[in-house]
Design a protein around this ligand. Structure first.
Ligand code: SAH
Ligand code: SF4
Length: 347
């Protein structure tokens, strides 16, 4: 029998399994608490009897994420990690320090299927989905390695979270559980390239998380050139889903917009974007595009960014230019793993 992933289980599921094993419910709670404190072996669960630890070992494994590489920015305290999973696959995550505390950007898949032309992860292809426990392990490992408490999570690392929907939903349930890390949904953001059917589903669940949508273009002509997903769901269908999400949850949607010189950063683009977002509870986050090896995209100038913001605001759309943390350490996710692949580094 193959070992089961115990850390992806909810407390209720664990109680069921424990009762089948003839164990009382409070034992399940003990184990759940240990797992969510980040232990990586049953032997560390010092208040369990040896036979019980042995029985657990025969039935389950504990997912973990091991630090393979860490880079710390000289400019700010941003730390970028490459973490190895049980099967040797690697994912990236980034810890950022803000005035209100620590925020972590985590991955949801090893690679990504979506193939956006500006994205390092997209260029590396897709390997596999992460389990809920692997997504959680990123938070735990970094928290323990840094000795800090992380208060905010953004699902904006490698992968498309809504393409690994059930595992991501489970992760959200685990990480927000009072017996676990207890990080509230209001402190969690999820970024998607626009998987429209899942946006509707997420809206109907009425979680209090923040939805970020990677829009990056005001129309199908430009978006279609950079984001293949636009062929499945176009800008109009995506914005309709966003409108629904904002209406049902009463939460402002954050639209991500990577400014690429000469492609999506003209005045005409700003006016078109403003008119399309009209009536949607939204905020636009402009990001100077990060140069990714081989894509020939140049970031827009500071003046261009400022003018774009001014046009949006003149039309009643709030917009900010995202502060780029860790720009000296390739802090946008996907870049470190890609470099490792290029160097063919053994981990
Ligand atoms: N798959 C999800 C989340 C991961 S990507 C999504 O696409 O939203 C996280 C964010 O980084 C997205 O907004 C994505 O569009 C952006 N991004 C990817 N490559 C980038 C680059 N080279 N420069 C700036 N932003 C980039
Ligand atoms: Fe995937 Fe997001 Fe990168 Fe697009 S931007 S390839 S959806 S990770």
């Amino acid at each position: 029998m193959s070992l089961q992933d115990i850390k992806s289980m909810t407390l209720a599921q664990m109680k069921d399994v424990f009762s089948q094993m003839g164990q009382p419910g409070f034992r399940a709670l003990q184990v759940y608490r240990w797992l969510h404190r980040g232990v990586t072996s049953f032997d560390e669960m010092s208040d369990l009897s040896k036979p019980l630890r042995q029985a657990l070992l025969e039935r389950f494994y504990i997912a973990s994420a091991r630090v393979v590489r860490k880079q710390v920015s000289q400019l700010d305290e941003t730390a970028k990690y490459l973490l190895a999973l049980r099967d040797g696959e690697c994912v990236e995550c980034v810890l950022m320090k803000y005035h209100h505390g620590y925020s972590i950007c985590i991955s949801s898949q090893v690679g990504c299927k979506m193939g956006c032309t500006f994205c390092a992860t997209g260029k590396s292809g897709f390997s596999r989905n992460l389990t809920a426990s692997e997504i959680l392990s990123q938070v735990q490992t970094v928290q323990m390695e840094q000795g800090v408490r992380i208060s905010n999570i953004v699902l904006m690392g490698m992968g498309e979270p809504l393409d690994n929907y059930s595992n991501v939903l489970r992760f959200l349930e685990l990480v927000s559980s009072p017996e676990g890390l207890n990080i509230g949904m209001r402190h969690i953001s999820l970024s998607t390239c626009g998987i429209v059917d899942k946006i509707y589903d997420l809206a109907d669940r009425k979680l209090q998380l923040t939805l970020s949508v990677s829009l990056h273009a005001p129309n199908d002509e430009i978006r279609g050139r950079t984001m293949p997903i636009n062929k499945k769901w176009n800008v109009e269908q995506l914005l309709e889903a966003c409108h629904y999400y904002a209406k049902v949850t009463n939460r402002r949607i954050s639209f991500e917009y990577a400014m690429i010189s000469g492609i999506n950063d003209t005045d005409a683009c700003a006016y078109e974007l403003a008119s399309r977002l009209h009536g949607i509870l939204s905020h636009v986050n402009l990001i100077p595009v990060n140069d990714v090896t081989g894509n020939n995209y140049r970031r827009s100038s500071g003046d261009r960014l400022k003018r774009f913001v001014r046009i949006l605001e003149s039309k009643g759309i709030t917009a900010t230019v995202r502060r780029t943390l860790g720009s000296d350490i390739d802090a946008s996710c996907g870049q470190l793993r890609r470099r490792m692949q290029e160097e063919e580094v053994q981990v």
